[in-house]
Design a protein around this ligand. Sequence first.
Ligand code: G3P
Length: 211
Amino acid sequence: MELYIDTANIDEIRNAADLGVLDGVTTNPSLIAREGVDFHSRMAEICDIVSGPVSAEVVSVEHDGMISEADELLKIASNIVIKLPCTVDGLKACKTLSDRGVKVNMTLCFQPLQAMMVAKAGAFLVSPFLGRIDDIGGDGMELIQQIRTIYDNYGYTTKILSASIRHPLHLVQCALVGSDVATVPYKVISQMMKHPLTDSGLAAFLADWNK
Ligand code: G3P
């Protein structure tokens, strides 16, 4: 499973990239606003650190505005992926951009038919938000499974990018159901190599060696 980091914080991106297994980055308007920085400059900084796909989200809600914003964002770096919402205008903009060969990440996906439609429109990535479904008492993993089945049934090549990951168990479940990618907050990435028995086992090995 590919691993992206879900942040616009440069220190977190550098630390994750230093692990040597980071495949890409996702941002959204809330994550950019949290940093209090210029959007385009920050995207350029991120693309200097990570060579894989870097998602930059438009804030227009209608087709023509989305395309104009996308055209500006695409000037930043060759690895920019345009992030659009799973709305009717977002779907049309996805088709327009995908037909031009632009990589698109369709975000705010909460039901399987949105995922099917954006796959038909040529999306490179679809982002189901599993944590936010869990937050309202739903089953986020069921959505990931449904999308996996639909994509496999018809051979859609859009990659499932599981988003709104809240804890390591989400990642295990994503890997088990065949999510292509997971985008993960730094806090969860930093938990991925941790186990108390690894720490205590290593301490015991070293203590024995030193005797
Ligand atoms: O970037 C999209 C998604 O991962 C947001 O997650 O935690 O705000 O629901 P969250």
